[in-house]
Design a protein around this ligand. Sequence first.
Ligand SMILES: *Cc1c(COP(=O)(O)O)cnc(C)c1O
Length: 364
Amino acid sequence: MPQHERYPVLEIDTQAIYSNAKAIVQLCKEQGIDVAGVFKGVNGIAGIGAVLEDAGCHQIASSRIDQLAAYKRLSPQTQTMLLRLPMASEVPFLPLGVDISLNSERSTLQLIDGVFRCENRLHRVVLMMDLGDLREGFFDEEELIETALWVEWELEHVELEGIGVNLGCYGSIKPTEENLSHLVDIARRIEAKIERKLNIVSGGATSSLPLVYDGKMPQGINHLRIGEGILLNMDLPVYWDVMHPALTDDTMRLKAQIIEIKNKPSMPIGEIFIDAFGHTPIYIDKGTRKRALIGLGKQDFAMEDKLLPMTQGMSIIGSSSDHLIVDLTECSEDFKVGDVVAFRIFYGPMLHLCTQQGVEKKLL
Ligand SMILES: *Cc1c(COP(=O)(O)O)cnc(C)c1O
């Protein structure tokens, strides 16, 4: 192992992400759907944004203005999309880097109109409809339609780009032909009133991809906002049992170094009270086990149950702020202190690892 290697390191295979993005953009294109490539999960790493763009994503999207503004400085011609409804305090910063934002509040739209009036520029908005997931969006369809007409006819510096929905983020509601057809119906009603087509009817995120794979996406949905499915492609294969053959789930590897290996009992000794986070875990007595301590912890990955060891037989026992404890008893490999072990990761750890200063991000 070269001496200069620093751990933990998150290795990001840009070629694999490119090939996932390219495949998803192509599948969507065949069904008349544009893709916004979402890079908030990697803390807006510009190199990843560039990969998404090269692969044909129509916009680069994030929930955070600072990530979009930084990207815009490097690539002024890129269309950017803000995914979280802008807070009043950040509306003045929209002109720095956001072309399109998702919205659901008139007062915010009014503020946006004012800011872009001062700039003598236009801002495009996608109005969000809540179809049951209960995070953002108008819950009342008539109110969304009235607001759309108000934007179209009354706001001079805000353009109605389209409508959209978010599903499966809070309420775990599955995108279906029924709920997405409803979104298309609403779009058609607005179009009939404004006498033009909406540019965007945005049918959700990664969780909407199975409808695309099955050719069941309702006609009229012409836009999706995809992050996880491109960056990791772990959720659909693992939680939905949907594995598209053109996609890989080997886009990122977390590598960290072993700092201790010892045989220890599996039951803590003494009176069991609470752990570092105020919880009392259940410990199962499996006798003496060969355990390794690895130099990273909850501060880096937040959730140890969303890490998958890539070593056969290795299992995760637990973690604290700065330590991960694994069981090596069933591993055939003969690990030593200083050895490096690798993990696949789900979305939660990706998000935390990418914002963590002490974790090196290595683009391969
Ligand atoms: C994060 C986000 C997305 C992307 O979600 P993925 O599951 O990563 O594809 C899309 N839309 C909105 C509004 C988001 O906040």
